[in-house]
Design a protein around this ligand. Sequence first.
Ligand SMILES: [Zn+2]
Length: 240
Amino acid sequence: MSRYFCHEHPDVLTLETRIVDARPGAVVLAETPFHPGGGGQLADRGVLRAGTGEVRVTGFESSGGRLWHLLAEPLELAGTVEVGVEPAFRALMSALHTDTHVLNALVFQHFQGALVTGAQLNDDGTARMDFDLPDADNDRLRALEPAVNEAIRQDLPLRFGYVPAGDAAREPGLLRSRSVAPPPDHEGLIRVVEIVGLDRQACGGTHLASTGRSRPIRILKVDNKGRHNRRIRIGLVDDA
Ligand SMILES: [Zn+2]
């Protein structure tokens, strides 16, 4: 898993930085506050400002260990620029991501260590998680909603750290995904996201500083996805 600036500095959304490589409509930056997406999380949105102009960052492309920021116009840029991550979108992804950890922790605890087989966060305030749960009663899954909201209400703090990949593999439940183990970084470390008192799991996404910064959620739907998988859709409750 790559180490991102946003892991160490989740609150820094605007940054002055240098273009270190460029082609028409794309740049590599010396430092970037953007999360490029992955593991079901959508990439950050935002802008790049150079001189008096501003261009939208429309996506990311990773190649040769470098992150290309794709621009909405075929500009050829150089020198110093200011980049800005869209705060509302980052906050939405971080909230949904934190809430999926809460849900995932409760499924893991109540359903004999069931693992995640897929996850997707959406820009409409909903998310889905798939679990390897061949024998689960869907009503019992739906009944987790109050426990998820209780964990949000308790405003549990999140902590972030790194553990060696070998230790991560030995700690039961730390690698929560059935199919993909996050790759270690160049020092052989895996990032661990802890919701204090509830859950610890390897993850490279963005999250809230505490669960209480999320709105409550609803469990919108529980579906059977094939013989083994259950798909749980959640949605943030609208602001009143
Ligand atoms: Zn996460």
